[in-house]
Write a protein that binds this ligand. Sequence first.
Ligand code: SF4
Length: 312
Amino acid sequence: MVTDRRPYGCAALSGGSPTLRAMTEICARRPALSPSRAADFKQCPLLYRFRALDRLPETPSRSQVRGTVVHAVLERLFALSPDRRDAEAGRELVAPAWRDVLAGSPELAGLFAGPEDPELAEWLDSARALVDAYFALEDPRLIQPEACELLVEAELGADGDERPLLLRGYIDRLDVAPSGEIRVVDYKSGTAPRGLFEAKALFQMKFYALVLLRIRGVVPRQLRLLYLADRQALSYTPDEAELIRFERTLVAIWSAIQRAARSGDFRPNPSRMCDWCDHKPRCPAFGGTCPPYPGWPDLFGAGTQTARDQAE
Ligand code: SF4
């Protein structure tokens, strides 16, 4: 992976793909695998079960919700005409974005003592600082995305009697140059990762690259992660051979999920990540008791990416 702190002076990225949008809407309610849920299963099969099958609620932290708000701001920024996409406009979008996130998830009001809580004002300022950081990495006036918050899906063949594997994810931003070259951009409200976390970020981006390869027949030219907290940009250029290998990895993960789904045997895999797991109190690895196994869902979107996933 290459670290690149330069603003991306992309002059004329544009394009449109009604075919892609149509494809993304076909199977929106079928069980699918997202990069976040695939990573969950790799990390801990029981965590996958709790999130994708039991769909147990989790309590997002202030920093996770702030990430959701910042994503909403950056999406709305690109809905403005290019000449209006400046830092001030970005900062002004923060409070309305928070109000809309709150309207969609009223329980988030509990993160603060009330609308007059001084910590809410500080938190909104910290979101504005992340939006400011975005402008240190890119000049959005020079970028015309093909899409923001794009739902993409691709179906892969399955082994034997396995259910077909439907890959599903949300791409923060898709830029397409007149030459047809594709850039996948993902915003992160945290700092640039190291070691294990870097591999996790790359896993997510390869996932998107593979989906685009399967639905468009094109290997994205660049996968770009923008880490706002420390104003770092990481870029990666995938090649087709590694995406094909990655596809085999996803098929193997899906097969393992299906085997566990048949038996109900989703084992805990304790690690230091358990310190951040909402489900520790019910986890047998820590003396807890699992709720009854709910079985495999038929219709709703097991594995769908959530706002919390997006913020991480
Ligand atoms: S506490 Fe650890 S082992 Fe248990 S479900 Fe969570 S991540 Fe898995």
